[in-house]
Write a protein that binds this ligand. Structure first.
Ligand code: CNA
Length: 249
């Protein structure tokens, strides 16, 4: 079923990979917008004005508890990378990856061994005090979160993980990427509804310049603009591609 995609991947030397929450659902991490995703979970279990408020910077400043409750669940999860994360890392070892741009905050590309990763919505690895801007590492604040507490700086400000919330600017590295994208001969978009801007816009624009493959369970507003689209499970895709590549390369 994935033969055309496999042919494109085999002949590409500079693949730009763009990933979203769908690549990590098989690791047990909920995505946002699937039928049983995080937004549904939040609507049922949290008293919020709207589910996205959990990642909204103005709401967080007034009430950081719901975010840290979700962060506690994510940090205690010890999630393992999926076959698809491993496929991307394998392609990098095979010198076929120009860059992995991920919207995910779960650090699973690193766990899978990928080195060329740009986390365009940040991650839990670092954090800053909202008041005095002091920098912290995950180890500095992780235990407080796991204990169900809100982490505070000595100055009294809340320590906020460097994850981009709605209403915040993306990391400088993302704007550097917009100005100077890597050499790319194939765009591989995996597990994203392409709903969150400006990250999705970057992927769609790059996909318009070279051959592109989109693998996502649900259809997206940009399916018609891609060279190949598979509304399939990413683990199945990764298994097929990995098996074929191992025998053909
Ligand atoms: P989204 O809008 O929830 O879309 C995810 C897409 O993945 C959906 O369209 C699903 O159909 C699809 N999907 C889910 N499971 C699979 C699967 N096994 N195979 C194929 N497709 C699948 O999430 P986006 O990533 O598009 O939205 C960007 C947000 C989500 C970013 O800001 C992230 O920080 C945020 N997010 C990240 C994580 C994480 O780090 N793992 C988890 C939840 C949300």
């Amino acid at each position: 079923m994935f033969d055309q995609a496999i042919d494109l991947i085999i002949k590409s030397k500079n693949i730009l990979v763009f990933t979203g929450a769908g690549i990590s659902t098989k690791s047990g991490i909920l995505d946002f917008r699937s039928e049983n995703g995080l937004y549904k979970f939040i609507s049922k279990n949290y008293d919020l004005p709207y589910p996205e408020a959990i990642f909204d910077i103005s709401y967080f400043k007034k009430n950081p508890k719901p975010f840290f409750s979700i962060a506690e669940k994510m940090l205690e999860q010890h999630a393992e990378p999926t076959k698809c994360h491993k496929l991307i890392s394998w392609l990098e070892e095979n010198k076929q990856i120009s860059l992995v741009v991920t919207q995910n905050i779960d650090m699973l590309h690193h766990s899978a061994g990928s080195k060329k990763v740009l986390e365009c919505h940040g991650s839990f690895m670092t954090a800053h005090c909202l008041e005095c801007k002091s920098a912290f590492s995950l180890n500095d604040y992780k235990q407080s979160v796991l204990d169900g507490l809100i982490p505070y700086c000595d100055c009294g400000g809340i320590i906020k993980p460097d994850i981009t919330f709605f209403g915040e600017r993306l990391p400088a590295s993302f704007y550097g990427l917009l100005n100077d994208p890597p050499e790319t001969d194939l765009v591989l978009i995996l597990g994203t509804s392409l709903n969150v801007q400006p990250a999705a816009g970057f992927a769609v624009e790059m996909a318009g310049k070279v051959p592109s493959i989109l693998v996502n369970m649900q259809s997206t507003p940009y399916d018609d603009t891609m060279t190949l689209v598979y509304n399939e499970d990413l683990e199945e895709f990764a298994e097929h591609v990995q098996n074929k590549l191992v025998t053909k390369t």
